[in-house]
Design a protein around this ligand. Structure first.
Ligand SMILES: NC(=O)C1=CN([C@@H]2O[C@H](COP(=O)(O)OP(=O)(O)OC[C@H]3O[C@@H](n4cnc5c(N)ncnc54)[C@H](OP(=O)(O)O)[C@@H]3O)[C@@H](O)[C@H]2O)C=CC1
Ligand SMILES: O=C(O)CCC(=O)C(=O)O
Length: 431
């Protein structure tokens, strides 16, 4: 007989990013009546790589790290997507983020598939030299699983141009001397001066700003004086804020991993950025704003909310407190499915991640072309091309919502998935 007390009760399942992306995918697949064979293919990832690798620390000890690269689909071209260094990186997170990349590159009309990866690590606990060795060992261990015409990583949370330079250097050093420079486009988001693209640093945040601007134009709204809050003051959050401020909008609340600050009269983006640099990357204690309870961050009074940090931030637990009428998803997967239902019932518009933050991968595509063709592009032409490409995606999505009486996420997913379905059918695999 089983003693009831010794049987472990099943724990309630916590919704993860993978549940969300699959639910978003299945909803759009139902709407467009997706070919069942294509649905089967797109429901799973093509390749999943998990690598445990050793690295010597500054004190001489060896530590083992776990790195991931998940390649979801490459029907439209080489796998593409960032590398994240964060304690929350695991196989499910990498799967979900890889799937979002597939929809994002497809929606943007790029010749890419989707991948994502990273290392389960808190980088703040390691020295710069240790991070360099960790990155190089991970790159070496990934070997030919990445490559300029196969799978092209880029920056994501806690990785940057320096990280990409280490990866490019390590990967190129495995090639014969005459082949090295042909492989520079194995990663994008490199430093300018080392194969990087002018403006790739700001491309994602600029794109977030542009989609907000397009939405405002479409609705005859002026951004001047509009109040906005930003969760995550890193690459995406900072640049989105920078461009909105130039447009005359007012930053009234910011949250980073350390905490939150608010000022109803407005916060200077540059002052906050300079303060955080001088304060070990933390916005806490910024003298021109007051501290604010992080748990209540989304309830700050504002017109526009830009989640630009991690996934699953707006959920059924806080969606009813959101004050903004527009959510521009700078992050990947910041709103979960249950949170989104509440927002939609409340009439709040969401510019979905695969559209809103696609400026980054579009910039990466420009860098890849620049390296591949041995060209050097100028900032003005890059920002102009980026705007043109994003406007095309935005208009496609808005037209789809109007023609099919649906929301922007369903529209964006439907357009993205239909493009991949068409590629499979044109190849003649599924008549
Ligand atoms: N970089 C890119 O080109 C692209 C990024 N994205 C997405 O945008 C998001 C941000 O990426 P990126 O700006 O590059 O990353 P960064 O590492 O540059 O910045 C991340 C920011 O999020 C903050 N943060 C981390 N954890 C939390 C938390 N629990 N609560 C509040 N804030 C937190 C960090 O705070 P702190 O500094 O204190 O740690 C930091 O300000 C991610 O979802 C990423 O996938 C999407 C498309 C492209
Ligand atoms: O620039 C890229 O290739 C991808 C950036 C990224 O990881 C993302 O868009 O989420």
């Amino acid at each position: 007989m089983i003693n009831e007390q010794t049987v472990e009760k099943p724990k309630p399942l916590k919704r993860g990013m993978l549940d969300n992306v699959l639910e978003q995918f299945n909803h759009a697949a139902d709407v467009i009546n997706l070919n069942p064979n294509v649905r089967k293919i797109l429901s799973i990832t093509n390749t999943e790589i998990i690598i445990n690798f050793p690295v010597r620390m500054d004190n001489g000890d060896v530590e083992i790290f776990t790195g991931y690269r998940v390649q979801h689909n490459n029907a439209l071209g080489p796998y593409k997507g960032g590398l994240r260094y964060h304690p929350t990186v695991d196989i499910d997170a990498a799967r979900a983020l890889a799937m979002w990349m597939t929809w994002k590159t497809s929606l943007a009309g790029l010749p890419y598939g989707g991948a994502k990866g990273g290392i389960q690590i808190d980088p703040s606990k390691y020295s710069k030299n240790e991070l360099e060795r960790i990155t190089r060992r991970f790159t070496y261990a990934l070997g030919e699983n990445i490559g300029p015409e196969h799978d092209i990583p880029a920056p994501d949370v806690n990785t940057n141009a320096q990280t990409m330079a280490w990866i490019a250097d390590t990967y190129m050093s495995t090639k014969s001397t005459s082949e090295r420079s042909k492989n520079q486009h194995v990663v994008t988001g490199k430093p300018t001066g080392s194969g990087g693209l002018e403006g790739r640093d700001r491309a994602t945040g600029y794109g977030v700003f542009l989609t907000i601007k397009f939405w405002a134009e479409k609705n005859n709204i002026s951004l001047a004086g509009k109040k906005y809050i930003v969760q995550g003051f890193g690459n995406v959050g900072y640049w989105a804020s920078h461009f909105l401020e130039i447009e005359g909008a007012k930053l009234v609340g910011v949250q980073d991993a350390f905490g939150s600050v608010q000022n109803k009269e407005g916060i200077s983006t540059e002052d906050l950025f300079n303060y955080s640099i001088s304060n070990n990357g933390s916005i806490l204690g910024f003298p021109e704003a007051e501290p604010f309870d992080s748990k209540e961050f989304f309830s700050i009074d504002c017109d526009i909310c830009i989640p630009a940090a991690l996934g699953n931030q707006i959920t059924k637990h806080n969606a009813h407190t959101v004050k903004a009428t527009l959510i521009a998803e700078g992050a990947n997967g910041p709103t979960d499915v249950e949170g989104e239902k509440i927002l939609m019932e409340r009439g709040i518009t969401i510019i979905p991640d695969i559209l809103c933050n696609s400026g980054g991968v579009i910039g990466s595509y420009f860098e890849w072309l620049q390296n591949r063709n041995g060209e050097l592009w100028q900032m003005d032409e890059i920002l102009e091309k980026l705007e043109k490409k994003l406007r095309t995606s935005f208009e496609k999505v808005v037209n789809y919502t109007e023609e099919n009486k649906t929301d922007m996420r369903t529209a964006a997913f439907s357009i993205a998935i239909e493009r991949i379905e068409k590629a499979y059918i044109l190849r003649g695999i599924f008549p």
